[in-house]
Each structure stands twice: as C-alpha cells, then as structure tokens.
Design a protein around this ligand. Structure first.
Ligand SMILES: O=P(O)(O)OC[C@@]1(O)O[C@H](CO)[C@@H](O)[C@@H]1O
Ligand SMILES: [Mg+2]
Ligand SMILES: [Mg+2]
Length: 247
C-alpha cells in the first residue's frame, strides 16, 4: 500500500512540475479537501489539479458511542476523477484499496461486487443522515418505505459512508444510497465500488457528481435503476457551493 501511495505522490509531483507549478503537493491547501480543513475555513473546490480528499474519521458518532464501524478515507483525484481510493475500516482491521484500472482489494485480496440482479433478493445500505428538517425526514422515510415495500431482503446502515461503500465493493450488500454526506465520505469508497465491478450514479439515475452530496452505488445497473424509481430525491447544498453571504 505504501508503494501505491508513493507512486501517486510521485505522479502528483510530476503533474505539478509539468504544469510549471512550484507548489508543494503535500503542503498547499489547494491540493486538499479535508473535512477538518474545510471546517477550519479552507476552500472546498474540486479542480483538475491533483487533490487529496480526506476524512480522518468517518463515523464520528459511531466512534463516540463505541458502535464498531469507523473508517479513515483517503481519495486522490486528477482532473476531478478519483485515481486512488483507500478506506481503512479501523475496528475490522480491513484495508480497502483501489487504483483506477487496477482493481479493488481488501487486505490484498481482490474484491468483486455481488452478482445479484434481482432487487427483491438484495440488501440495501443507506443512512438517516443528520438533517432533521421535516421535509428532508419525510423524503428519507418515503424512500425507505418504498424500498422496504418492494420488498427487499433488508435495509442496513453502518453509520459511515466509507464502510457502506466498502460493503458494496465486497458484495455484502447490493447497493448504498445517501443524500447529505460529503465528498470526503465517498471519494475513496466510490472508486472501490467501480473497481470491484459496480456502478456509481446520482440518486436520480444521472451521472455521479462527487460534489453534489448525493450518491447511489450498486453492484449493477438493474438493481440501481430499480432503486432510482423508489428514492425520493432532495438536493442538499453542494460541497462547492459559495458560502452564504453575511449581512
Ligand atoms: O462526520 P463523519 O463521521 O466524518 O461522517 C459523516 C457520516 O458518517 O454521516 C453519514 C450518516 O449520514 C455517513 O454516511 C457519513 O459518512
Ligand atoms: Mg469525519
Ligand atoms: Mg465522514
């Protein structure tokens, strides 16, 4: 794994030098989108530059309550496309890695999504999120009611987007959808799913957009599209939305 990260960093330096940049890729804030750096006021704009997208603890509420799913999530993008994804599920001691075109792995073992095509025989992962706006809560429950009534085998949620995506990549659940999480929750895990043979799209069936705070990741298109029909979508403020103006 250290080799993969080193290669990526070398690549980032090479791209920067080619572009005539003198910025240090480990230090310049423009090369990072991190949950904590954004909370501290750094920008959250995804550019074509090589960019690390980092969530040091995904599943903070789980962590506080000793609910045993917590992950570190590190994605790396070039031209706004995830090239490398690493999710470390700390308490499971599982290191998930993926490199674009190079497959997805758990502790070095190749991953493959589930081959289930029937949504009625599927387990779907999702989250309730932290938005308690009644309209949003209604949409969450409307989606859940529709999906449970399909029916499906079950609905689960690990409490971390990164782990939910690792579960899709591992074939333990057929799909995961959520609205309201952030780019640092999903950048790495979305590549795990793609490289394990799955698909990633918007909850309305459109193209995936890392900054949109909406995701549907599935083992295949037929399961995904059945879910699109059931999901009541809403649009959280984008991760790259300009800050609200102050009076
Ligand atoms: O703040 P944290 O712990 O980094 O992450 C937030 C998060 O855990 O909350 C969501 C639940 O809605 C998850 O999908 C998401 O990953
Ligand atoms: Mg976090
Ligand atoms: Mg998180």
């Amino acid at each position: 794994m250290a080799d993969i990260l080193q290669n990526v960093m070398d690549h980032a330096v090479a791209v920067a030098r080619k572009a005539g940049e003198v910025r240090h890729p480990y230090k310049d804030p423009r090369w990072f989108i991190g949950e904590e750096s954004v909370a501290a006021g750094e920008p959250s704009i995804l550019t074509d530059d090589p960019t690390w997208i980092i969530d040091p603890i995904d599943g903070t509420t789980n962590f506080v309550h000793a609910f045993p799913f917590v992950a570190i999530s590190i994605g790396f993008t070039i031209n706004k496309r995830v090239e490398v994804g690493v999710v470390y599920s700390c308490l499971e001691d599982k290191m998930f890695t993926a490199r674009r075109g190079g497959g997805a792995f758990c502790n070095g073992e190749p991953l493959q999504v589930s081959d289930q095509t029937d949504v009625h025989r599927s387990i779907i992962a999702t989250e309730f999120g932290s938005n308690r706006d009644p309209e949003v809560v209604d949409k969450i429950f409307s989606s859940l009611r529709n999906i449970l009534s399909l029916p499906v085998h079950g609905v689960r949620g690990a409490g971390t987007a990164a782990v939910n995506l690792s579960l899709v990549a591992s074939g333990c659940v057929e799909a995961y959808y959520e609205m309201g999480m952030h780019v640092w929750d999903i950048a790495a895990g979305s590549l795990l799913v793609l490289e394990a043979g799955g698909i990633v799209m918007d909850v309305d069936g459109g193209d995936a957009d890392l900054m949109s705070r909406r995701i549907l990741a599935a083992n295949n298109r037929s399961v995904a599209l059945r879910l699109v029909e059931q999901i009541a979508p809403y649009r959280p403020d984008r991760d790259d939305a300009p800050p609200a103006a102050c009076d």
